[in-house]
Structures are given as C-alpha cells and as structure tokens.
Design a protein around this ligand. Structure first.
Ligand SMILES: *[C@@H]1O[C@H](CO)[C@@H](O)[C@H](O)[C@H]1NC(C)=O
Ligand SMILES: *[C@@H]1O[C@H](CO)[C@@H](O)[C@H](O)[C@H]1NC(C)=O
Ligand SMILES: [Zn+2]
Length: 472
C-alpha cells in the first residue's frame, strides 16, 4: 500500500477511534506471560534512572563522550549483562551487548537507538529503544530461551545521534554503518576539543585508519530495527500505542537571502521602496501555500507522477524557523533579510519538484518586487524507506502484542512516516531497517514534558519480545 493510503488510513482512524482512544485499556487479567515486572515496571524504573544521568543540574543533557554519557553507557552495559549479553564499548563510544544464539556465524539482528540527548531533553528519546530491547532479551534469558535464538542478536546504544556537541549527527551509527568520513574525527566542539580528543579523554585511541575497522561487514548482518518515541501527535490522535514506520523523510535545508534598498522609514515613499522584509514575508507565505497544497502548484503527466503528488500531499512539511534582518532597527527599511527553509518529504523526486517550483516562483516574485534573491542549498539528505518485510514483521508483532495485552481483536496497526531523522537512517547504508514508533503524550519531544505511558512502554517491550520470538 502506498504511504499516502497509509496516512489517509491514519486520518480516517481519527474519526473512528477518537472515542475508542480514551477507552483503550490493557486488560488487568492478561498480565500472565506478558512479563510486566520486566517489560513494564523495571523498564520504567530504568528509564527514570537513565533520565537522571545528566551533565547538567536540574535538566537532562548528555552529549557525545561527556561524563554523563560515559556513566549512562556504564549503566546500560550493566543492564545488558544482567540480560545475559556479552558487552563491549567500541572506538566511537557505542555500547554493544550481544548474544550468539544457536549459530554464531549466522547473520545478526541488530537492535539499537542512541544514548545521547539534546539539551533539556526528555527521558524517552533514544533510551526507550535501548531499554525495551534489553528488557525483551532479559525476558528470553529468564525463560531460558536466549540461547535458542536462531541468529545472533546485538543491542547497540549509539553514542551520538542528536549531534549537540559536534553538530554532526550519527557519529556512532554512521561509524558502525561505515559511512562516517574520517574528517569527522577532526570536527571540534565550542571549546576546540575534537571528536578524536573527546575519545582520547576517555582512553579510547582512535586513529583515522582504525575508523574503517568499526564498519560492520554487511554480510554478517541480517537487519536493523529501532524502537523510538514517535515525537509527533499521530499515534495519540488515532489512539494507538504503537505504529510501524514506513520511512524517514528526506530533507533539504535552504538559506534564502533577499536584498533590497536600505532606507529611512520616514522619508522613502511606499511606491519607491525595494523592501526585502515585505518580499520575505510574501515568500514565506508562498512556501506555506505550496507545501499545504502541492497539487495546486505542481503538474505532472503520467501515472507514476500521480503517486508522487499523492505522497507529497500527505508527507510534505516546510518550516521557516529562523529569520534575520539587517540592520534590524525599527526606523530603518532593511537592506537585507535572510531566512531558513526546512523542507521534508518521503519522496525524494517529489521534494526535488517542490524545490524547483519553489525557486522558480520565488525568483519571479522577487523580480516583481525589484529585490534580489538567492537560494542556497545548505543540506540534503535522501529519504530512507524501511524494508517492507521487516515492517510487516514489526506490524504483526505489534498487532499480536496489543492483542495479547487487551484480549481484543485490534484494528490494523497504523503505518506512519517519520519526519525526524534516526540512527536507522545511517544504518540503512549497512542493512535493511525497520522501525517501531511508540505513542507519546501530546506529540511532545526534545522537552522535559516528553512522556510515554507506562503501559505503552510495556506494549513496546511485548512487541519486541514477540518479534524476537519469530527469530527462534
Ligand atoms: C550457521 O550460519 C551459517 C551462515 O548463515 C551457515 O552457513 C551455517 O550452515 C549455519 N550453521 C548451522 C548449524 O545452521
Ligand atoms: C520478503 O520475504 C519473502 C518471503 O519471506 C521473500 O520471498 C522476499 O524476497 C522478501 N522481500 C524482500 C524485499 O526482502
Ligand atoms: Zn532520538
């Protein structure tokens, strides 16, 4: 099914389930065989405990190789060992825990997420994926099934996903996937400490030659899955604790500069102005209209292009988050205004079409207003489409988990798009990837207000457990 139909499906569910949502209950008498003491109580306790491991007082902050990150890694390592996993820390500070199962040379299933956080973070972003994976394996250990896994299973807590310290995301997972450029070791933070120095401070000696040794052999890996909080409102909206991720949106960041004629706010008549501020306002409204109604702006011929348009209608999101003006005084017509554009869509070709149309229309409008405009592309990342087989396995596992927990037949598990980047993006360069999203309150993330219900933590754990049971 196309992404658009899935999204449409989600939105249709809104009306169907908006009242069901409040009555979505896990049945009390269904705790048997669902290991609430490990997958719910202990997992929640651990989330809270890890959420206290911070470099800052009064709020959560863990950046690449900071003292708190190292302490968090130690804690995670203990939990991995408690679950019966063999553990180690690699040269990028990633923490690994592995069980070989019945055949150590079979391709491994990797399960991961990140242990670093943003500044003033919530306790679930990243940690939830690490802890649910460890907890599910701990259940297998407690039932004596850990050694019966038909392939090795490895949990990886990645050292850097948010990129707060070095503004370079995925230091950890990109190294494992083999897509981290050696130049990354020389990036420095605000105080001039490089990635290499930061590792050295923690007794990890990494040379440029050894970076390539971190890369996993694709032939040794079967696939990668990641559980993550949704960080958006859709699952709560449709009243579902879990959702399968269809893909991670591609992204383009632009810097738009509009130059006009700087002047006195009192003396230049309106008809004689070349005001870049008013022009920027028009461009921003144009961007919003284009991204809300791409069908009104783009015309495609042919069949496949129709589906691009469909996917854009449901996945395209555009944001102007930063604007600056020169000289920025209340009595001066500005000489220059710059603003950023963040544009994301699940379809790369569609994103290109939007950018093409956007720049055409922007230049036209600037010409009409006699201001000069330039668009600079600052960053591009292609979309990642999750593996359809892995996704359908995660979907069945989630469905079965929710059925086991509620004792009721479920609606189909929603399939949604991720607008945010994740370690799975880097890992997709190594192997097939699949992701499971967990509902969060109000769609809020990157904030201490981030919250996942204890029962939803449990549901995620049961889903991972169910998924692992299909690998026996
Ligand atoms: C273990 O896995 C390897 C690699 O897939 C395979 O060649 C071998 O036959 C397997 N061994 C057993 C005992 O299944
Ligand atoms: C999905 O799984 C089926 C059956 O297990 C297999 O035939 C097919 O090749 C797989 N597809 C992909 C894309 O891996
Ligand atoms: Zn995250």
């Amino acid at each position: 099914m196309a992404i658009s139909s899935f999204i449409l499906f989600c939105y249709l569910l809104i009306s169907l389930l908006s009242h069901a949502a409040s009555s979505y209950m896990y049945s009390e008498d269904r705790r048997d065989g669902l290991f609430p003491e490990i997958l719910r109580e202990e997992a929640v306790t651990r989330l809270n405990e890890l959420g206290k491991v911070s470099d800052a007082h009064g709020y959560l902050e863990r950046t690449f190789m900071s003292p708190a990150s190292v302490r968090a890694g130690d804690l995670i390592r203990q939990w991995m060992e408690d679950a019966g996993l063999r553990t180690w820390v690699d040269q990028m500070g990633n923490v690994h825990g592995r069980v070989e199962g019945v055949n150590a040379s079979a391709q491994a299933l990797l399960i991961g997420s990140h242990l670093d956080t943003v500044v003033d973070a919530g306790i679930f972003d990243g940690s939830l994926g690490i802890i649910t994976a460890i907890s599910a394996l701990k259940v297998l250990k407690s039932t004596g099934k850990l050694g019966k896994l038909k392939r090795p299973v490895e949990v990886i807590a990645f050292s850097d996903e948010e990129g707060v310290r070095f503004q370079s995301t995925f230091l950890g997972s990109a190294a494992v996937a083999g897509v981290l450029p050696v130049s990354a070791l020389q990036i420095s933070d605000k105080s001039g400490v490089t990635v290499q120095d930061a590792l050295k401070e923690n007794s990890i000696d990494i040379a440029e030659q050894s970076l390539s040794q971190l890369k996993y052999d694709p032939a040794s890996v079967w696939g990668y899955i990641e559980v993550h909080i949704e960080q958006g409102p859709v699952l709560e909206w449709v009243g579902f604790p879990l959702g399968v991720v269809q893909g991670i949106a591609g992204q383009t960041r632009l810097k738009v500069t509009v130059r006009g004629s700087q002047g006195h706010a009192g003396t230049v008549p309106m008809s004689m102005r070349q005001d870049p501020m008013a022009a920027a306002a028009e461009l921003i409204v144009l961007l919003e209209r284009l991204c809300k109604h791409p069908k009104d702006f783009l015309s495609f011929n042919g069949h496949s292009d129709g589906s691009i348009l469909e996917s854009l209608s449901t996945s395209l999101v555009c944001t102007v988050g930063e604007i600056s003006t020169w000289p920025s005084a209340s009595n001066v017509i500005p000489g220059q205004v710059t603003f950023t554009v963040d544009l994301r869509a699940i379809d790369d070709e569609g994103r290109e079409s939007v950018l093409y149309e956007l720049s055409n229309q922007m230049y036209q409008r600037c010409e009409k207003r006699s201001v000069s405009c330039s668009l600079e592309r600052k960053h591009d990342a292609d979309a990642v489409i999750c593996d359809s087989n892995l996704s359908s396995q995660l979907k069945s596992a989630s469905y079965a988990a929710l059925k086991r927990m509620t004792g009721e037949t479920q609606h189909e598990v929603p399939v949604i798009m991720s607008g945010a980047g994740h370690d799975a993006m880097a890992m997709s360069h190594l192997t097939k990837v699949g992701m499971l999203f967990v509902r969060c309150r109000g769609g809020i993330s990157h904030s201490p207000a981030e919250h996942v219900l204890d029962d939803d933590v449990w549901a995620a754990g049961v889903a991972v457990l169910t998924f692992l049971e299909t690998h026996m």
